[in-house]
Design a protein. Sequence first.
Length: 285
Amino acid sequence: YEAKQQGRQTQVYNPSLNEQLHRRMEIELHLRKAVELGQLKLYYQPIVSTANARPVGMESLIRWFHPELGAISPGEFIPVAEETGFIVPIGRWVLEEACRQNKQWQQDGFTPIVISVNISSRQFYDPLFTESIVNLLHRTGLEPHWLELEITEGVMMDIHTALPILKELQALGINLSIDDFGTGYSSLKYLKELPVGKLKIDQSFIKHIDSNVVHTAIVSSVLSMSRQLGLEVVAEGVERVEELNALRENGCVFAQGYLFSHPVPAEVAGKLLGESLYPLGEAVR
Ligand code: C2E
Ligand code: MG
Ligand code: MG
Ligand code: MG
């Protein structure tokens, strides 16, 4: 609106818009080659049991290190990958790498954990998706119950299209979770019909849960609803001990966040398996 008032000239030469477009084109250009040039890396962040702070799972989170552009966050390039369709080969690489790594950890004798992989809309609705998961599990030898797919509410918005795919995936024996729960169009009505076993409460609700009464109310409602429906719950973005304690008081069984560990490369993540990640090094109450 402001730009419009200032006239067409200003709009055309708006440097920040220009910069944004340039950056976006740069990302698109380089993303095309990122997989084959080996610029993508998977990091892993533990999902812990709140009772003993030991990992029960790891979420795989993609990282892109470009020799000239530096580190580019998934928040910036995943949407571009979605729009351009690059997410299909990228997502295939992520799934392969995550399953291969989890199988490797098991073969190395670590306490087995579930590996979670973020799935974007374009991937989920790809007609070959389910089949590719079957092949992947076969190829890597990972048993299906050690794999979890994280899908956002947005992806499942069109319930009638999503449901048959979710059922196919469930029939394979893999786990399904709803990521960033509470930020999308929460179709509570469908929650019990979806073949989903877990909700990941978005980090925005966890922030200051110990002092923010609105956040406490939301999270404790989600927890009691989940108990009724037989769903597991993970609290995302736990950064402070006070938040962890508030979550435990409300009966939250699983948590993830910087309090326990940042996302780390596989070599580091392997060392966390079977360890208690409670930051103060003491047994949790
Ligand atoms: P997400 O799936 O909700 O992942 C959680 C994000 O929260 C990650 O950001 C993680 O680093 C961050 N996080 C974890 N603990 C804390 C905490 O205590 N405090 C704060 N402030 N943040 C925390 P990241 O790695 O930048 O990823 C952002 C988003 O990009 C992910 O959100 C996911 O939607 C997407 N993404 C990441 N990797 C992949 C991938 O392999 N495939 C797809 N399709 N999307 C991905
Ligand atoms: Mg996720
Ligand atoms: Mg999330
Ligand atoms: Mg998120």
